[in-house]
Ligand binder design. Structure first.
Ligand code: FES
Length: 314
């Protein structure tokens, strides 16, 4: 289960664009909330029991309010529909986190590329980059102007922001914006899978670390190695066999280890676990290439083992 240590109330609900609502969340007593940095997300535990992850898109210096933006997803599993149709001001929600798998690392220049609701983690980054005096640009695409949230909040940044509604101007011109690597420019991209894939393709030959992406839907990592392996939980002093159809998370839980989890899709980072020995088979959508190669941590809800034996710090 997600860590739901904090119970908050919905203190405002707005519709900044077609198909998008924002929720402002605060403690019932108005108290201070845990700090966060741009790129962070929270688990939102809804009154109907569903848990969903949303990027924090408010003011990181407002210590008493979180803001999240939620796109209605007609093909979704009910979380966004509940937020849009049922959740009301005054309702209680649980919050896990915040956690951050998409940190803004220091750089001279930034190019932020947002598609649709992918603007949510990038909005606080834009503010931070501006505050730090970095040279930054935002390329923001969406289906139509009315479907694109936060245009009013971006307006003061003038020509640092390029807004590209698809019905007026077509798709983002990635060929021009990502024409070549610049070691002083970090590219941050968040949006639907086709945009992420197009950006990753453009940056394929670039040196590592210049492109960072955040996914809302799990990456298709291909077939999982489906042989059984041995799992040692070093701190518990237990070794169990993990069969092909079972997750490391479930196997560890059945052996008595307490591992927090939330999305169970390799997206949120809740189940991060240190690897002491063995070679993880990373199936998450969080780690970058360097982090995968280091092999010292894994997300046990989806990742498995390339080696016959895997030893975890559990
Ligand atoms: S539970 Fe979300 S990454 Fe594992």
């Amino acid at each position: 289960m997600a860590d739901t240590a904090i119970e908050l109330r919905v203190v405002a609900k707005d519709r900044p664009a077609d198909g998008v609502v924002t929720l402002a969340l605060a403690r019932p007593n108005g108290g201070r909330l845990p700090d966060w940095a741009p790129g962070a997300h929270v688990d939102l535990v809804l009154p109907n029991g569903l848990t969903r992850q949303y990027s924090l898109c408010g003011d990181r210096w407002d210590a008493r309010t979180y803001r999240v933006g939620v796109l209605r997803e007609p093909a979704g599993r009910g979380g966004s529909a509940f937020v849009h149709d049922e959740l009301a001001v005054g309702d209680a929600v649980g919050i896990g986190g915040p956690r951050n798998n998409f940190r803004l690392v220091p750089s001279e220049r930034y190019l932020f590329v947002a598609g649709g609701i992918g603007i949510t983690p990038l909005l606080p980054m834009v503010r931070q980059a501006e505050m730090l005096g970095a040279d930054w640009r935002l390329l923001y695409g969406g289906r139509s102007r009315t479907s694109m949230a936060f245009l009013d909040e971006l307006e003061p940044y003038g020509d640092r922001v390029t807004v590209v509604p698809q019905d007026e101007q077509g798709l983002l011109d990635l060929g021009t914006w990502l024409s070549g690597e610049d070691p002083d420019t970090k590219v941050y991209c968040c949006g639907p899978a086709p945009l992420l894939e197009a950006v990753e393709e453009r940056c394929a030959g670039w040196r590592r670390g210049l492109l960072r992406t955040e996914r809302f839907v799990a990456r298709d990592n291909g077939a999982v190695r489906d042989e059984p392996f041995e799992l040692e939980l070093r701190r518990s002093g237990v070794t169990v066999a993990v069969s092909p159809g079972r997750s490391v998370l479930d196997a560890a839980g059945a052996a008595g280890a307490n591992v927090l989890s939330s999305c169970r899709q390799g997206l949120c980072g809740t189940c991060e676990t240190a690897v002491l020995d063995g070679v993880p088979d990373h199936r998450d959508s969080i780690l970058d290439d360097d982090e995968r190669e280091a092999g010292d941590c894994m997300f046990v809800c989806v990742s498995r083992s390339r080696s016959e034996r895997l030893v975890l710090d559990l």
